[in-house]
Design a protein around this ligand. Structure first.
Ligand code: KG4
Ligand code: ZN
Length: 379
């Protein structure tokens, strides 16, 4: 089954063709990072306009790169929530129009679900790692996850792939620019939110700390790069005192701000946008490394707590833009991570998520009435 996945929830215009939820036939991502680096963040109206310009060329390139015509495409999948309203609108209007025009079933996919399913993409190329390898055998090929699947899809189940896929029940740590959540997944396409941030998302925190340090947007990759030359133990930053599995990241951002002001001998009233002018390259590197270490520790602590609370869990998957972070990958060596190029927003993960929705018996959506939801939760 070949699915065309379309993604425009934020500032990437993306389309991809994915076969059977794992094999990427094409994956085209046009990023607007260059535009927004100048402004230090995304401007929603500009993002929507850029999506409009890039969308159809990106879809055409995705089909071309996959050597597909419309006849080869079995379904279209698109991100309908959450994200920027104008951005979501361009992707969904495109997908709805194409579905009607080419008479294809249309699937509306939640953005966080797509990020999670990036972990099933190119599984054959990924390293084998799983919390409990001996239990890998009883994976998703078990019949209950196929209940409700269309008979024609069952034959595409690849026994080799399902032996190296994440094993259910699993925990998904979703870490992106807009979200920080721990999801409990008893089976494909079933999500329970067991932990969430009470304020900022961890990616947002990387972005805000980068701004204080004068590092370019997006902050995550800039901080990771600067941290390579820094001493992660130079500055002690406190962990938030949040009980249970919830997160809080706004205090960490403020802690960095106060530590920078203190280091420079400036009062707390000193404007944050001016601090970068006083910092040396080494101080920036040390703050980046100390902040990154603390953010990673906070994420790992909560995952460990969640594993204690749910001892039946067999795999951990990490998803979302921050899953590209090398320090986080090293801190969770047994977890599944998408290929770094698939950590950020892309169309392939939308195609993968839709495949597992179809396998779980989800019906296509009506292309004439599909709505968008900028702030809706995964379940
Ligand atoms: O998933 P994503 O591409 O978009 C959203 O759905 O939000 O995530 C973007 C976030 C940004 O905050 C960016 O700074 C962060 O992911 N990010 C990183 C890294 N690469 C991207 N954070 C830490 N380390 C990275 N290497
Ligand atoms: Zn995303």
């Amino acid at each position: 089954m070949k699915i065309l996945g379309i993604e425009t929830s934020c500032d990437e215009t993306a389309a991809a063709v994915v076969e059977d939820g794992v094999k990427i036939l094409s994956n085209v991502v046009v990023s607007q990072i260059d535009i927004f680096a100048e402004y230090g963040g995304v401007i929603p109206e500009v993002a929507a306009r850029s999506h409009l310009e890039a969308m159809m060329p990106v879809v055409k390139k995705a089909l071309n790169d996959a050597s597909c015509t419309w006849d080869d495409i079995d379904a279209i999948a698109v991100t309908y929530a959450p994200g920027l309203l104008g951005s979501l609108l361009i992707g969904t209007l495109t997908a709805r129009t194409l579905a009607i025009l080419h008479n294809k079933p249309l699937y509306a996919v939640h953005h966080l679900k797509s990020h999670v399913y990036a972990n099933w993409l190119e599984l054959d190329k990924q390293r084998e790692n799983c919390l409990n390898p001996s239990e890998r055998a009883q994976t998703e090929s078990s019949s209950d996850t196929l209940k409700g699947a269309r008979p024609s899809l069952r034959s595409s189940e690849d026994p080799v792939l399902s032996s190296i896929a994440p094993v259910f029940p699993l925990l998904a740590l979703v870490v992106s620019g807009g979200h920080t959540q721990i999801l409990y997944m008893p089976a494909h396409n079933q999500f329970e939110i067991i932990g969430t941030t009470r304020d900022d998302a961890v990616g947002e925190c990387f972005d805000k700390v980068a701004k204080i340090l004068g590092l370019p947007y997006p902050g995550g990759p800039s901080i990771a790069k600067a941290a390579l030359d820094g001493d992660a133990d130079k500055y002690h930053l406190p962990h938030p005192k949040i009980e249970g599995l919830d997160f809080s990241f706004s205090g960490l951002k403020t802690a960095v701000l106060r530590a920078v002001q203190k280091e420079l001998g400036l009062p707390i009233s000193h404007p944050s946008h001016d601090l970068k002018n006083h910092l040396s390259t080494q101080q920036v590197a040390d703050f980046a490394a100390s902040f990154q270490k603390t953010a990673v520790e906070i994420l790992c602590e909560k995952i460990e707590m969640a594993l204690e609370k749910y001892p039946e869990v067999k795999s951990v998957v990490v998803a979302g833009g921050v899953s590209a972070n090398q320090a986080l990958r090293e801190a969770l060596p047994k977890a599944y991570f998408p290929a770094p190029s698939l950590s950020g927003d892309n169309g392939a993960m939308v195609g993968a998520a839709a495949y597992y929705e179809i396998k779980s018996g989800v019906e296509p959506t009506d292309p004439y009435s599909l709505n968008i939801y900028p702030r809706i939760s995964i379940n």
